[in-house]
Design a protein. Structure first.
Length: 765
């Protein structure tokens, strides 16, 4: 028995040691805090806006820019928000590329230092997931604040009784104070003296935490801050930022709360020494805890407003009065808003009680101060609200602070990749394998098309004649727009339209998304429809095809449905075009080394007369300069039927460019390898393009080709000649490896291409 008791005691002892280790709330003396500021200035010199910015960036990863060298790029990049909004949440939120780019743009202002007197309203229709979004962000903010990287510090006063000179014999003084307090009360109601004296007498000091969570940095008198930090900060690059960036203005301009300020002055009067005052200043980690309502306050529409907005504490007030021997110097009084100073104040849907709450924010947001009794309280909070579009009328009487509101639209998903992610999250990743490649994507595209504006000024300005693309795209160019929203510039765009796709036009198109996604199939609709479709068509042995998609949606979207009828036809046409490209790509025997060697030899050979023999500097091959050597490349680049004079002219032009630019400048001066030069690149691109374009022709003429595809992986396949077996095997292998087909679906898609004469359909344009 005794032994067990020993065990218990030891276990608890160990537990407590661990808890202490983890306790991040230990107090730091002011000098220790300043040491920390020198060691980690980026963390310590940080207000709520800067901290929120850092939090977002610590959880969000920048994806790979698909077009890094695009001179017209508007940095519409893929952010990976899975750590912020999905992992470890009760319910993941899938933000599409448009929303996340919009969000990050707003967040970037948090470190640009524009004074943040504003409220951010996330506005989106029912079921867009805005509350899930905000809940997940706030949860990750709390988590971040618990890490070293996310540390933030607030002021705590430790008023040392001995140092303040009223050591042991204070009872009489205290009673006088209390009496005076009682008499002072205008209401005249009598309260018996609190238990303060007894409790107080046992403690060495009175601890008061700043109710506004002020940084201890603010206790350095404003007049001395510049000199102090100038001498203190060693990190030159940080010092430069601190003194010149707008985001750090608060360090020099902000004042501590009235409680800290009056305490500071009172103590200075009593102690007559700033250093003694600073001995009573401590720092501790700020606790952000939504459930406890510290640092983060979240209000639901049904939460009744507190009866008393002003908070005081007679107990603490009495002790202060005793210690400072004066009841008027420090008034321990603050409002509920103080709690989220340097924190986050969030109003879920603006309705019911939240209407009033929202209205009350007016003064605070525009002035950054709030009157508590006769005292002015600073409130610098990050204000968030959520709103349904139909609730806009609830804030119509707050017109006066309309310019303090930033709306961040959070519509239904408009990026098909994100839409697919949502299906996969609900139905599992395996759904992909029951679809032919691209068909799942097309399901998402149909859903998204219903959410877009049918007409787009920005798209019309960019491409005035959409008829040009009737073989790949719908009349309203929704398919093109969707690709752009997903960050894709499709390959079928003409050279000219691609050139015209300027940064300005891109911005305009992306901006249009803010007025979309509030109609069409809702998030809930699309999940229900996907479920219905998937249950009906999912078969173990037969992948889901475009034809099935068309049957299903035509049943659901009659003439006046949310999807335009021509959209289905266009989607099928684009699908046909895309798989044709895939088959060509897969059939093309990509011998890059061979192609590269041929082009290098050609570039070298154009400088010599026919009949000579020369050793190529680039490939070290002995070249017999013949018409055939030139023909091999020119036929590929210009087409086999190009006339001789056209080839001669081309050759001469190539020789000119080679001599004047490629060799003289790029190779000799800029030190480029021949394969990095402009001429090489352009020849290479045209060569490869034409190779691929015509790769199917010989096969389509061969009657055995279809049969070999059909019999692939069966006994009969062996009866075909070696050449065709090799080609078909290459085709099937590449379709699987590069485009995600299975053995069966690769066969299926090839037969589809052959039987529907797709090669012919797309060359006859
Ligand atoms: Zn304070």
């Amino acid at each position: 028995m005794e032994f067990e008791m020993e065990n218990g005691r030891r276990a608890i002892g160990e537990l407590c040691a661990k808890i202490e280790e983890r306790g991040r709330r230990t107090l730091l003396s002011f000098p220790d805090f300043i040491d920390l500021a020198v060691a980690f200035p980026e963390r310590i010199f940080r207000n709520i806006f800067q901290m929120f910015y850092d939090m977002m960036h610590s959880y969000i990863d920048l994806g790979v820019d698909e077009y890094p060298d695009d001179p017209e790029s508007i940095k519409y990049v893929p952010y990976d928000c899975s750590r912020l909004l999905e992992e470890g949440t009760d319910r993941p939120f899938f933000g599409d590329r448009l929303f996340v780019n919009r969000l990050m743009e707003h967040i970037s202002s948090f470190r640009r230092g524009i004074r943040q007197n504003r409220i951010y309203i996330f506005e989106g229709p029912h079921g867009c997931g805005k509350s899930t979004f905000l809940n997940n962000v706030l949860m990750k903010f709390e988590k971040y604040s618990e890490t070293d990287e996310g540390a933030s510090y607030e002021t705590v006063w430790r008023l040392n009784r001995k140092l303040l000179g009223n050591g042991t014999d204070q009872t009489a003084q205290l009673l006088v104070e209390q009496l005076r307090n009682i008499v002072d009360r205008s209401a005249g109601e009598f309260k018996p003296p609190e238990s303060a004296p007894a409790e107080f007498a046992g403690k060495q000091w009175l601890e008061i935490a700043c109710p506004s969570h002020d940084s201890p940095l603010l206790l350095i008198p404003k007049a001395y801050r510049k000199d102090f930090f100038e001498a203190l900060i060693a990190d030159r690059s940080f010092k430069h930022k601190l003194f010149s960036h707008k985001q750090y203005e608060w360090v020099f301009k902000d004042s501590p709360c009235t409680i800290c300020q009056s305490l500071y002055h009172a103590l200075l009067d009593i102690l007559d020494s700033p250093s003694k005052v600073f001995e009573m200043v401590f720092a501790r980690r700020t606790l952000f805890n939504r459930r406890l309502g510290t640092g983060i306050s979240v209000f639901n529409p049904g939460d009744r407003p507190d009866r008393m907005n002003i908070v005081s504490d007679d107990h603490i007030q009495n002790q202060l009065n005793t210690l400072l021997m004066d009841s008027n110097r420090v008034r321990y009084l603050y409002s509920r808003y103080a709690n989220t100073n340097n924190g986050i104040y969030a109003v879920m849907d603006i309705k019911d009680h939240n209407k009033e709450r929202f209205g009350n924010l007016h003064g605070i947001i525009s002035e950054g101060v709030h009157k508590v009794d006769s005292i002015e309280e600073n409130v610098n909070s990050l204000f968030f609200a959520l709103m349904n579009p139909e609730d806009r009328e609830n804030i119509s009487d707050t017109q006066s602070f309309a310019d303090r509101i930033t709306y961040v639209k959070i519509p239904y998903v408009l990026d098909y990749n994100t839409e697919i992610k949502i299906y996969k999250n609900i139905f599992g990743n395996q759904i992909q394998k029951y679809f032919l490649p691209r068909v799942l994507e097309n399901f998402a595209k149909i859903i998204i098309s219903s959410r877009l504006n049918p007409q787009s000024t920005a798209m019309a300005e960019w491409i005035p004649d959409p008829g040009h693309y009737r073989n790949y795209c719908d009349r309203n160019l929704l398919l093109l727009k969707m690709d752009i929203y997903a960050g894709v510039i499709p390959a079928w765009l003409s050279e000219e339209d691609r050139k015209n796709f300027t940064a300005k036009k891109r911005r305009k198109i992306i901006a249009e998304s803010e007025s979309e996604g509030d109609r069409g199939f809702t998030g809930r609709d699309s999940i229900r429809m996907f479920n219905e479709f998937y249950q009906a068509y999912m078969k173990k042995d037969k992948p889901i095809t475009m034809a099935m998609l068309n049957i299903y949606f035509k049943k659901h979207c009659c003439a006046e449905g949310p999807v335009a009828p021509d959209f289905f036809d266009a989607l099928s046409a684009l699908y046909d075009y895309t798989i044709l490209q895939e088959v060509k790509e897969a059939l093309y025997d990509y011998n890059e080394e061979n192609i590269s060697r041929q082009i290098q030899n050609y570039l070298f050979a154009v400088n010599f007369e026919i009949g000579q023999t020369q050793k190529c500097h680039y490939t070290n091959e002995e070249l017999k300069i013949t018409e055939e050597l030139f023909d091999a490349i020119e036929g590929k680049v210009l087409g086999n039927r190009s006339p001789a004079e056209k080839r001669k002219a081309f050759r001469k032009e190539a020789q000119n460019i080679y001599a004047s630019k490629t060799l003289a400048r790029e190779i000799l001066i800029e030190g480029k390898h021949v394969t990095q030069t402009g001429l090489y690149q352009s020849l290479h691109d045209r060569y490869v393009h034409n190779l691929k374009e015509n790769v199917l022709d010989p096969f389509l003429k061969n009657d055995n080709f279809r049969g070999a595809v059909k019999d692939y992986m069966t006994e009969s396949f062996k009866t075909y000649d070696k050449r065709i077996r090799e080609d078909v095997s290459l085709l099937m292998g590449n379709l699987r490896a590069r485009f995600g087909y299975s053995e069966n679906s690769a066969k299926e898609v090839c037969l589809y291409v052959i039987d529907n004469g797709l090669a012919k359909k797309f060359t006859e344009q």
